[in-house]
Design a protein around this ligand. Structure first.
Ligand code: ZN
Length: 305
């Protein structure tokens, strides 16, 4: 297998040609290509080898205008100073990733999870992030509907603090391959049900194409989420075939089979015109030159998003 991110983007001479994807052509059911990178946001985990300060400087120099910060990138640092550094470089803090992981086997442990999420909200406020993204959690051996009830209870406990801090909370539905241990919320429909139960302007949904592209109800649920005012964030990457690691083998846009531009069309038709966030965890891509990778991200964004 070719080890370079260039292989599928520029045309691979030593890999599987089926893995290649041509730039998305204009079509009646798809929006035009982005004109520029003014709506491009990058997650700090995407370029994990860079510390947050270097990522911010490099993104800004490349013309990227938004950054989503992972808590890992803040560990041990001055959160407020990082927020100022980002703004001083002309970037917007789009969100903080991530809180969540509400389900647990005892009330005490569920309380601890809520406490940890309270710290996440405080961190988001200190960073100047308007949004906290949540991977909601699942407990192996516990029924998914019970886990979803515990997730809703956890969110209900947090919403007053989120409102006071002016930090929105976004449920991120995760692909069902994670239903066993990472998230009992696996579809937009399940996320919408929680939002409708709790009905707060501070609670919504982060749509990630990696987790939702397979769902034959995605288009209608994205439209409904737009009507309900809960479409808070849009994450992109690609799904490689075969995927060799469930967590750290995401593809650069164009390397896989997700109809990213088509989904962007649904999201924009639903009224979302915020940042488009590139969130890629890939040991293969982290092992490449991150400066070249950043340029490849911009090119892939313009060609495939
Ligand atoms: Zn995501």
């Amino acid at each position: 297998m070719c080890a370079s991110w260039r292989c599928s983007y520029n045309g691979c001479r030593n890999g599987n040609p089926a893995r290649r994807s041509l730039p998305s052509e204009p079509s009646p059911d798809m929006p035009p290509a982005p004109r520029d990178v003014s709506r491009l946001c990058i997650h700090t985990q995407t370029t994990r080898p860079w510390a947050v300060g270097e990522a911010v400087r490099r993104y800004a120099a490349a013309g990227v205008r938004g950054v989503t910060v992972w808590r890992e990138a803040l560990a041990g640092g001055d959160v407020g100073a990082t927020g100022r550094l980002i703004r001083d470089h002309g970037l917007s803090v789009v969100s903080l990733c991530r809180g969540g992981f509400f389900p647990a086997g005892t009330a005490g442990l569920r309380g601890k999870a809520i406490d940890e999420n309270r710290r996440c909200i405080d961190e988001a406020a200190a960073l100047g992030a308007p949004l906290l993204v949540l991977v909601c959690g699942a407990l192996p051996g516990q029924a998914l509907d019970e886990s979803r009830k515990q997730i809703a209870d956890g969110l209900a406990a947090l919403l007053p603090q989120a409102a006071a801090a002016r930090v929105k909370l976004a449920i991120e539905p995760l692909h069902p391959m994670y239903a066993g241990d990472r998230s009992a919320v696996n579809t937009m429909r399940q996320a919408r049900a929680i939002c409708q139960e709790l009905r707060s302007p501070w609670l919504g949904i982060a749509v990630d194409v990696y987790h939702t592209w397979w769902d034959d109800r995605l288009e209608e649920d994205v439209a409904a989420s737009g009507r309900e005012g809960t479409l808070f964030a849009f994450h992109v990457c690609d799904w490689r075939t075969p995927t060799v690691d469930l967590l750290e083998d995401r593809g650069l846009m164009g390397e896989g089979c997700i109809p990213i531009r088509k989904i962007r069309g649904w999201v924009e038709d639903a009224g979302f015109m915020g940042f488009i966030e590139v969130e890629i965890f890939s040991r293969r891509l982290w092992a490449t030159d991150q400066g070249q990778y950043l340029e490849a991200i911009k090119a892939a964004y313009l060609a495939h998003v």
